[in-house]
Design a binder for this molecule. Structure first.
Ligand code: HEM
Length: 90
């Protein structure tokens, strides 16, 4: 549920870019997904999906396939919600 979602700052999102053994996260409409397990299954290829790693993938996604329901497909991969940079400071 929503209670286990992490609050993710833009800096954190950049960190999880799939490099150096880190998972690949990508945000869409303010929600953050761990896309790592989906990468090998992406019909458009691994390289294309990885372009969205560590970033907001919404624009790329909408340019290519606005008809795909990512919310539905990646529900199991939801890890957090985006917050502002300074909202992360406790
Ligand atoms: C194809 C899912 C992100 C590029 C597809 C298809 C699905 C899909 C279901 C098949 C669509 C169809 O046949 O109608 C996803 C999901 C994404 C994602 C769930 C987010 C996590 C991206 C991104 C890019 C991209 C960020 C580009 C940078 C493509 C391309 C195809 C494709 C080029 C077309 C492959 C072809 O028809 O030859 N994707 N995608 N996708 N995707 Fe994605």
């Amino acid at each position: 549920g929503v209670d286990r979602l992490q609050r993710v700052t833009p800096t954190m999102l950049k960190h999880f870019n799939g490099r150096k053994g880190r998972p690949a996260w990508s945000s869409y409409q303010g929600k953050v997904y761990n896309i790592t397990p989906y990468i090998p299954f992406h019909p458009g290829g691994e390289g294309e999906l990885k372009r969205a790693a560590g970033k907001d993938g919404g624009k790329l996604f909408m340019e290519v396939h606005p008809w795909v329901n990512w919310d539905n497909m990646l529900n199991e991969c939801l890890v957090g919600i985006m917050i502002g940079e300074n909202e992360g400071v406790e």
